[in-house]
Design a protein around this ligand. Structure first.
Ligand code: NAD
Length: 475
């Protein structure tokens, strides 16, 4: 598998070279450099902004039929290109090929959903006397600056591009410098499906330079960001300087409430797979296992057995159940968090160390009886670590779930129907899975509350987040 040449896509032109600074893109399974990525200078960003302004004037007047044709056409092309897209994503990010293919499928589902949803961007007419007319219309917000992280190299750009295009906006995407070719692959499907070149562009750069430049421009009317809460808070302040709309999908610290009436085997089978998906580098990853005392021993033993059986290896190998971590920062963070928890008295059941000295592999790790002041119980670990602690009753379990300022995804396992209702109501979280890990879908809003951000992607809400409301009164 050859890795593609890298470029920025500005006004339909592949921009690279010209003495620009570059960033080395690395294969996390080997540590080897795949290619050098050109980084934007101020002139590149100005050109992208001017193009986005033209793109918005053009696309805001597109018909639903045109938008639907582009979105469904891009979905068809992604289906045709699934193997190439998936292999590029695995090379750049490390996740298994099976996981990368699922990302392509998620994009296909989302683009097809939006292709239908564009026909349902409704306004309304108000009741008025004859001769007068009042209408409420939804219009695209304007050019969007979208920042996508590396953990879903295909899925994040798909979300960031799909919603603005469906809404009639133009978009400048800055995907992660770690995973540029995947983002360019998704964008190319849209362009090949007939999207005008002015409507969607891709730039890369020094993140702080790019975000300050784009958010400092009055041309950009909306910020869409996925990434850490720290960076999100910084960007939302930049956006506020110019009263720009924001959709912020930030960190999480997924609580999982396991009650003594749960189907423990089913909970273990699904939660272990979900925990170690993408080596735990998932914002909705289940992380804090809040387990009722009667099933605590069985749960942590079963979890550790299953975790230690996972085959870790290069994501390109069919035998690998979990790939490497995406960059050297992540195994460093795991070492720090696990050492801190053990120093404070936690028990390590499995894992807790790197694998080999090539690439960024880390063992699936399970800790129990982790003290509440351990760093991993307070900051998002974003890695292959499960924290399992015992609790006496529902009240204590809900209190622990809501203890942190994060509120993205939460999970619960119980057969008690009344308790299921209470969990749904009491947990402070944008998404809750009860007896399931399936908390998303093209038709379902994806987003958080509290420090996990605001606004939703996917579903009708994803398009609505790119629209403004206007009331027009005619006397
Ligand atoms: P980071 O916080 O530096 O970067 C996270 C993402 O934000 C990256 O894609 C990066 O390019 C981007 N970014 C950073 N500074 C930016 C800026 N000033 N302007 C625009 N974009 C900027 O850290 P990292 O080491 O890449 O990831 C570590 C942490 O980020 C994780 O622990 C996790 O909490 C969070 N993260 C969250 C998600 C998510 O899906 N919500 C995805 C990736 C990372």
């Amino acid at each position: 598998m050859t890795y593609p040449d890298l470029y920025m896509m500005i006004d339909g032109e592949r921009v690279a070279g010209g003495g620009r600074r570059t960033h080395a893109v690395v294969n996390p399974a080997t540590g080897a450099t795949l290619a050098e990525l050109p980084l934007a200078d101020a002139a590149d960003l100005d050109r992208a902004l001017e193009t986005a302004q033209r793109g918005f004037r053009l696309w805001r007047n597109s018909t639903p039929q045109q938008r639907a044709a582009v979105l469904s056409g891009a979905a068809r092309l992604m289906q045709e290109r699934i193997e190439t897209l998936a292999r590029v994503a695995t090379l750049e990010e490390g996740k298994t090929l099976a996981e990368s293919r699922i990302e392509v499928m998620m994009n296909i589902g989302l683009f097809n959903f939006y292709a239908g949803e564009v026909f349902r961007i409704y306004g309304r007419a108000l009741v008025r006397p004859v001769g007068q007319r009042s209408t409420v219309v939804k219009e695209p917000v304007g050019p969007v600056a979208a920042f996508a992280p590396w953990n879903f190299p295909l899925g994040n750009p798909g979300r960031k591009l799909g919603a603005p295009i469906a809404a009639g906006c133009s978009v400048i995407l800055k995907a992660a410098e770690e995973t540029p070719a995947s983002a360019l692959g998704v964008l190319q499907c849209l362009l090949d499906a007939g999207l005008p070149k002015e409507v969607a562009q891709a730039v890369f750069g020094v993140p702080d330079e790019v975000s300050r430049h784009l958010l400092g421009s009055p041309i950009i009317r909306k910020l869409s960001f996925t990434g850490s809460t720290v960076v999100g808070k910084h960007l939302v302040k930049l956006a506020a300087e110019d009263c720009k709309r924001t959709t912020m999908e930030l960190g999480g610290h997924g609580p999982v409430l396991v009650f003594d009436d749960a189907d423990i085997d089913k909970a273990l089978d699904t939660m272990v797979a979900s925990k170690f998906r993408n080596a735990g580098q998932v914002c909705v990853s289940p992380t804090r296992f809040i387990v009722q005392e009667d099933v605590y021993d069985a749960f942590r033993t079963g979890f550790a057995e299953r975790a230690s059986a996972i085959v870790v290896g290069d994501g390109m190998e069919a035998s690998s159940g979990m790939g490497p971590m995406a960059n050297p920062r992540r195994p460093d963070a795991m070492e720090r968090l696990i050492a801190d928890a053990r120093d404070k008295g936690a028990t390590l059941h499995t894992g807790g160390e790197r694998i080999g000295n090539r690439g960024y592999f880390y063992k699936p790790s399970v800790l129990s009886d982790v003290p509440i002041d351990a760093a991993m119980l307070n900051e998002e670990p974003f890695g292959p670590v499960a924290i399992i602690n015992p609790y006496a009753n529902e009240e204590a379990m809900i209190a622990e779930a809501n203890r942190l300022p994060y509120g993205l995804a939460a999970y619960a396992w119980t057969r008690d129907a009344q308790r299921q209702r209470r969990i749904g109501r009491e947990i402070e979280s944008g998404m809750i899975g009860i007896n399931t890990t399936m908390i998303g879908g093209a038709d379902s809003p994806f987003g958080g509350m509290k420090w996990s951000g605001h606004g939703s992607e996917d579903g009708p809400e994803g398009i609505d987040a790119c629209l403004v409301t206007k009331a027009i009164h005619e006397g």
